[in-house]
Design a protein around this ligand. Structure first.
Ligand code: CO
Length: 209
């Protein structure tokens, strides 16, 4: 059996098991989804949103990209955010980074990675904002801390969007969370927390929402 055939076989077994556990499982999910959470995570294969949070299909709306970035020119991210916030009306948005993130590590280096340079430049900007704190740390601690600071900045980037600010004005949600996952022990650590309606530096606040 080839590697991809193994996936298809495992899928059949999984679907069968789900129905045995809960005969209405697929019928219920096929008609609608009403997740309470939007997850913006890293594409890293070791950080699967549902598995590490013990959640089922239907519970988390997911967007993943290299190094869990919230980039304001990323039409994919913005479309997911708009749909999750204004149509699904999620109550929480989680930006989840992880220690040992290859994307952040690459951004911290001087490697020329072609088209990836443009994506990773956003992380280099986070480094520049926090350069004073980061240069005082040794190399290992620097990477861990940049991973945490990057999550904090991406959570702030969510708050800077008119999409989130409009929801805060009209329905007092969603709550924004920044988490970092440890590959070493599987535990999530909270690094950032912005409740609905929080005030930002005034330059980022929009009128007429
Ligand atoms: Co990563």
């Amino acid at each position: 059996m080839t590697a991809f055939e193994r996936l298809l076989l495992a899928n059949k077994a999984w679907a069968k098991e789900k129905v045995q556990e809960d005969p209405g499982f697929f019928k219920r999910l096929a008609s609608q989804q009403s997740p309470k959470f939007l997850w913006i995570g890293c594409s890293d294969s070791r950080v699967p949103a549902n598995e590490i949070t013990g959640t089922d299909p239907g519970e988390i709306f997911v967007q993943r990209n290299i190094a869990n970035m919230v980039v304001h020119t990323d039409l994919n991210l913005l479309s997911v955010l708009e749909y999750a916030v204004h149509h699904l009306k999620v109550e929480h948005i989680i930006v989840c980074g992880h220690y040992g993130c290859g994307g952040v590590k690459a951004a911290l280096s001087h490697q020329n990675l072609g088209i990836l340079n443009k994506w990773l430049r956003n992380i280099k900007d986070v480094y520049r904002i926090h350069e004073e704190e980061l240069t005082a740390l040794d190399e290992d601690k620097q990477l861990d801390r940049l991973i945490e600071l990057n999550v904090e900045e991406q959570v702030l980037n969510l708050a800077k969007t008119s999409i989130v600010q409009k929801a805060w004005k009209h329905r007092q949600g969603p709550h924004l969370h920044g988490w970092v996952y440890s590959l070493a022990n599987g535990i999530l650590k909270t690094v950032s927390n912005i409740p609905p309606g929080a005030r930002l530096e005034s330059i980022y606040e929009f009128n007429d929402l």
